[in-house]
Design a protein around this ligand. Structure first.
Ligand code: HEC
Length: 123
């Protein structure tokens, strides 16, 4: 009985340690794929079509203070925040920038492509 208890305690400790490790792993794993997403985020005709129906409404003329398409100096300041923040602000909205930028059916990789496109990074 005593041995059994020791074994179960040992297993419990292993599980707890295992859980602890698991919490650390996803946070780094989240960042890497995101950067890779941005690197490989290329505009396609389909994404361009979605961009024209959503982001373009504000980001062509700078509506409400939106950083304008191709205004590299302005975008440079935004890019300095890092891709993760830019994507986060696009998904959740940011000041007068609406959540998802009016593109309800856009995937994260498509938002990444659009951000890189507007800031002149992937043309
Ligand atoms: C209704 C107008 C509007 C639409 C539509 C819109 N945006 Fe924006 N966006 C803004 C405004 C305004 C800002 C500036 C917010 C601020 O800094 O005050 C902004 C800022 C941003 C930023 C910079 C955020 C930051 O942290 O600096 C990104 C990235 C962005 N928009 C991406 C997009 C994408 C991608 C789309 C299309 C899917 C989109 N936006 C559609 C108005 C819009």
């Amino acid at each position: 009985m005593a041995v059994n208890l020791k074994v179960s305690c040992f297993i419990l400790v292993l599980i707890l340690v295992g859980c602890d490790r698991e919490q650390v792993v996803p946070s780094t794993a989240e960042i890497e794929p995101l950067d890779r997403q941005f690197e490989t985020a290329i505009m396609s005709v389909e994404i361009m079509d979605k961009w024209a129906r959503s982001c373009a409404l504000c980001h062509v003329n700078g509506e409400g203070g939106a950083p304008r398409m191709g205004d590299l100096a302005v975008w440079q300041e935004r890019l300095a925040q890092g891709n993760a923040t830019l994507l986060d602000h696009t998904l959740k909205g940011y000041a007068r920038m609406p959540p998802l930028g009016y593109c309800m059916d856009c995937e994260e990789i498509e938002f990444a492509a659009m951000i890189m496109f507007m800031s002149g990074q992937n043309q």
